[in-house]
Design a binder for this molecule. Structure first.
Ligand SMILES: NC(=O)C1=CN([C@@H]2O[C@H](COP(=O)(O)OP(=O)(O)OC[C@H]3O[C@@H](n4cnc5c(N)ncnc54)[C@H](O)[C@@H]3O)[C@@H](O)[C@H]2O)C=CC1
Ligand SMILES: O=C(CO)COP(=O)(O)O
Length: 331
């Protein structure tokens, strides 16, 4: 199988290295010449992984034509870049490929899930199926070959199995699944919860608070996800609670880091002015707010994150307001 990974950032590099470790025919495509030269000449991607030696078999290119005869294309770019990338590669493809989505979030404007964007923009003649490879997986740990388990989710079982086989090894264990809606919605909304978790840590709250946030945050994910057809059991799997735990607790999470800064400074101002990292939860918070409001879905934690990011509400007031809501039964 010829595999192209698009996006030479943190996740694309880590996933491409996993494929190189598995002796697959993989090429990493990027737009940043520094990242490409760093990988090809020094077997490093210093911008994302300081001092980490990559598998020397991993090669990178800035020539997008490399996708033309690929059997599998992994899209490892932020959600905002998925639609333009798909429109760019579709005319270049010469046969059907499995398109692997690893991004977590929604399409701005249409609020589509990433698999929906891919199906809309890649013509039927070029698409075998979409497989979402998602779950608890910080690139910083995968690149060091730390033990990791995630899901290959697809409506086409044989393609999910193909992705499972290609990526699995002694440090990466892939499970398959077919609940595309539940998996993608869970993986997107957990980024909003990770911002909330970071805010609470930045405000000085401890482990009790985080446990409550994760547990009640999961309820919001289930409420939202099942409203749109996701299966309840998906949310207690790797793309639900698994991804929620890792992003709400890890210093590697850029969503958590963003929240931490906002909580510590008790304002969103500096973060919004200076952030250059991929923090998917920021746009997701607005989309979840709008969609939940339209559909009457109760999402109190997401609502407070939205109020902080978009309405300038003070983080300390949000934490307080969540606590003094009308008392009720847990379930
Ligand atoms: N970093 C991680 O640990 C994980 C990230 N993800 C998801 O993967 C997606 C990508 O995130 P990261 O790799 O972390 O972001 P990143 O910020 O580390 O890297 C993004 C890369 O995409 C490239 N890029 C942006 N627009 C492009 C375009 N139009 N064409 C080609 N390349 C383009 C950038 O140059 C950069 O190399 C996000 O949706 C994120 O939620 C999912 C699981 C783990
Ligand atoms: O999705 C991730 C880990 O599973 C990465 O999280 P961040 O985007 O917050 O770094």
């Amino acid at each position: 199988m010829k595999i192209v990974v698009i996006g030479s950032g943190s996740w694309g590099t880590a996933l491409a290295q996993t494929l190189a470790d598995n002796n697959q025919d993989v090429l990493l495509y990027g737009v940043d010449q520094n990242e490409i030269e760093n990988i090809n000449e020094h077997h490093r991607n210093e911008k994302y992984f300081k001092g980490v030696d990559l598998n020397p078999d991993l090669k990178a290119t800035n020539d997008i034509h490399c996708v033309k005869d690929a059997d599998m294309i992994v899209l490892a770019v932020p959600t905002i870049a998925i639609e333009p990338i798909c429109k760019q590669i579709d005319p270049l493809l010469e046969k059907k490929a499995i398109i692997v989505n690893v991004s977590k979030g929604f399409q701005p404007g249409t609020n589509e899930r990433m698999s929906e964007v891919i199906r809309r923009t890649i013509s039927k003649d070029h698409l075998s199926s979409v497989v979402s490879l998602i779950g608890p997986s910080h690139a910083e740990e995968v690149v060091l070959r730390q033990l990791t388990s995630i899901d290959a989710i697809s409506l086409k079982e044989e393609d999910a199995k193909a992705v499972q086989e290609l990526f699995s090894n002694h440090y990466m264990r892939i499970y398959t699944g077919n609940d595309e809606i539940g998996s993608e919605l869970g993986a997107a909304i957990k980024n909003v919860m990770a911002i909330a978790s970071g805010i609470l840590a930045g405000l000085g709250y401890g482990d009790n608070t985080r446990a409550a946030l994760i547990t009640r945050g999961l309820q919001e994910m289930i409420r939202y996800g099942t409203h749109f057809g996701g299966k309840p059991q998906t949310f207690i799997g790797l793309t639900g609670i698994g991804d929620l735990i890792v992003t709400c607790s890890s210093v590697h999470s850029r969503n958590f880091q963003a929240g931490y800064q906002i909580g510590k400074e008790n304002t969103v101002e500096n973060f919004l002015k200076n952030n250059k990292k991929t923090v998917e939860g920021v746009r997701t918070a607005k989309i979840v707010h709008d969609v939940a409001k339209e559909n009457g879905i109760d999402m109190p934690i997401c609502e407070e994150v939205y109020q902080i990011l978009y309405e300038g509400k003070k983080p300390e007031h949000c934490a307080n307001d969540l606590m003094i809501r009308k008392l009720k039964a847990e379930f």
